[in-house]
Write a protein that binds this ligand. Structure first.
Ligand code: HSE
Length: 405
């Protein structure tokens, strides 16, 4: 059997290098007699690449070559990745993708085509880069009813928050450093505004709870509003601030899902995931809490997950792996601002505004202005909390869920 790789960027070139470096072992594990890389599709020229003889620019060469049974999609973006992947699946080829946008937006449809054509569509690398998470959820934890999945799903924002927490670097300086180190893009919107994490929590929620969740229904808050004083207030309460994607079952056929900076207990396993590392907690009825930790991005960590999927496709020719979910009703995702919880609130006004609330803890931070207050409190919902505080003359500027992980 032959394979092809579409997109020779950071991840795609990592896939090619890893596949060629460990070729003998990979072939043996794929249970194929021959398992060879035949094409690399990219619109750019790579005349000096050792793989120049495999480069093609025309997608149809791959689509129409019956000897190609598995195609890797590491192009990123929705178009033309979606058109290419659906054409390949329809042509009876298995596809492996690292593309979180593609899986979050089109996963349901692509998995249905794969099922109809009796091929596989695998995407281990789309969440958590090199961290095994898709296969552990769909296979190793398959006996569990999952109640909740929560994770640090974006390395760039975790790096920025770590610099703010450990070195008191302000947000703008930490972002510039992340850009200099090549973690953050020149336009850092997808990372710092939580869009990347939102795509990843959609994939995890779809997988854990069996119904597709689209990114446009996920309440998404990034880390731009976090100040060094929030970091200090959080420390005063024994917590650190982490950007989390959270998906939680909320009764029969309902789901709470959001991306938000959250307070996480300083000794929790999620708090220990720093710098560009990712960590994902899965809460099952038999396993309890289990945490997956590692490199959520990067050339070879991501290639590690992609090539493992390629091997799995090689082992499952004309056999489907159980992986999929169904469509969701329009009211499947409920309003996350309407559920009870514990919240961190920072704003302007007197802390007396919190006196009617339960479990109130006033927080302090060095250099806090006299008219600023920050508290942790329990409330019937975020919406109700903000209404009560506003009625008491307090202007809330930042609200974050306080977690129990
Ligand atoms: N920009 C992403 C991150 C890359 O920082 O985690 C991996 O999806």
């Amino acid at each position: 059997m032959n394979i092809a790789v579409m997109g020779f960027g950071v991840v795609g070139s990592g896939v090619v290098e890893l596949f060629e470096k460990n070729h003998e072992m990979i072939t043996e594990k794929s249970m194929q007699d021959a398992f060879d890389l035949k094409y690399i599709l990219d619109i750019r020229d790579f005349p000096d690449s050792p793989y120049a003889d495999k480069m093609v620019k025309d997608f149809n060469i791959i689509l129409n070559d019956a000897s190609v049974g598995i195609v890797v999609e590491t192009m990123g973006g929705l178009h033309p990745a979606y058109e290419f992947v659906s054409a390949l699946l329809n042509a009876g080829k298995s596809v492996v993708s690292s593309n979180k946008e593609l899986v979050a937006e089109k996963g349901l449809e692509l998995l249905e085509i794969a099922k109809e054509k009796n091929v596989n569509f695998l995407f281990e690398a789309s969440v958590g880069g090199g961290i095994p998470i898709i296969r552990p959820i769909s296979q190793c934890l398959a006996a569990n009813e999952i109640a909740e999945v929560a994770g640090i799903l974006n390395g760039t924002t975790n790096f920025i928050l770590t610099k703010m927490i450990d070195e008191q670097m302000d947000f703008d300086t930490a972002l510039r450093l992340a850009q200099q180190l090549g973690y953050a893009e020149k336009d850092p919107t997808a990372d710092v505004d939580g869009i990347d994490a939102s795509r990843k929590i959609c994939i995890l929620a779809s997988l854990c709870f069996g119904k597709h969740v689209y990114p446009n229904v996920v309440r998404t808050e990034g880390i731009r509003k976090i100040s060094l004083r929030d970091v200090a207030y959080a420390a005063d309460s024994g917590n650190v601030i982490k950007l989390l994607g959270v998906a939680r079952k909320a009764g029969a056929d309902k789901l709470v899902i959001f991306v938000s900076p959250c307070l996480v207990g300083r000794h929790s396993q999620l708090a220990g995931a720093n710098d560009v590392f990712n960590a994902i907690l899965v809460r099952g009825d038999a396993i309890g809490d289990v945490v997956f930790y590692g490199r959520g991005a990067g050339k070879f960590p991501t290639a590690s997950a992609v090539v493992a999927d390629v091997i799995d496709c090689g082992k499952h020719v004309n056999k489907r792996k159980f992986l999929g979910w169904s469509d969701s009703a329009p009211d499947y995702v409920i309003d996350s601002t309407a559920i009870p919880g514990k919240f961190y609130v920072r704003g302007t006004g007197s802390a007396d505004a919190f006196s009617a609330l339960a479990d109130v803890k006033r927080l302090s931070a060095p250099d806090a202005p006299a008219n600023e207050a920050a508290c942790i409190c329990a409330a019937a919902s975020e919406k109700a909390l903000l209404a009560d505080l506003s009625a008491a003359g307090f202007s809330a500027e930042l609200v974050m869920p306080v977690t129990d992980y």
